[in-house]
Ligand binder design. Sequence first.
Ligand code: ZN
Length: 365
Amino acid sequence: MKSIGFVFHEDYVKHDTGEQVYVVGGNETLNVGLEFENHFRVRYIKEMLEKSGLLAKMKTFVPEPATDRDLLRVHTQRHIDNMKETARKGLRVFGPEAYGCPVSEEIARLSAGGAMKAVDIAMDNEVKQAYALIRPPGHHATSDQAMGFCLYNNVAIAARYALDVYGLERVAIVDWDVHHGNGTQDIFYHDKNVLFISVHEDSYFPANTGKIEEVGEGEGEGYNVNIPLPSGTGNAGYQYAFEQLVLPILEKYEPQLLLISAGQDPNCMDPLSRMVVTREGFRYMAKVVRELAERICDGRLVILQEGGYSLPYLPIATLGVIEGLMDCEADFRDPHSVPERPVTQELWEAIFACKKIFSQYWNNI
Ligand SMILES: [Zn+2]
């Protein structure tokens, strides 16, 4: 079994996103419980890793908060001031579908700091691979706006940190969160030093982003790769997309560091998606990106927690990711049985359409 780094801070549970309240019949309200992105997510994942015995085999690191200088590599001063001011006033809404509490700006810095700590681990010659169990997530946040549970864009801050501080020239981000990583796309749209590949559910969230035609602009043209998959794609379909597109493009780009926006929300029980990926599917994705990192970038791999909202299944899906990273299978039997989804004609056509566009930039894929 391989050892990896584990980045976590106890304060991540303090980011309180409040409750979901519907307005019904004009002025009646219906409270339907905690917001999807709540503190139980990281608690349950951590407990699963502890009780399965895997956490004891990892090396644990506690991050520091990101400084203004770190955030400014990606975000505007106006955005940082806006986040601070929203927290200071005790407001709940930090941006469209982005919620928090008075300490959320500080915890969001700690989340970005967790992503940077994972880069430090990957660039260190000892461990080289790290999983950061961080929240709030980041991939929807643009340089100037919080959005979709995300305040600061953790993976983008980590990528720029790696370019600036470690002097790298090619960093790749693979985003397997079920939602499109619009914030990350936006930040690196003109940048060839960061290859961004997003695999997501087609035409879902955010509306109107994540199309295959969004390929980047200027120097960044060709370095933004969107792979929208049809609803209902399962393990076999994800494997097909990785084999046909994600892995060959990464091989050609030859990144010096590989970052994963690991949202485990394509899972088969997630309330915010309609995909059918199980523990085995997540284990496969983590395994192949680890093997690729070992082959092409000296093993340097960072896995950052993004979404994943089924409280019963998120710990199982994430266990799959960690098993793929550590090349092991934990002593846990998944009590849920999910029918396997084959590669459908619709999926085959989606991948074919991607290939037609991407082959302009990436030969022979
Ligand atoms: Zn998501």
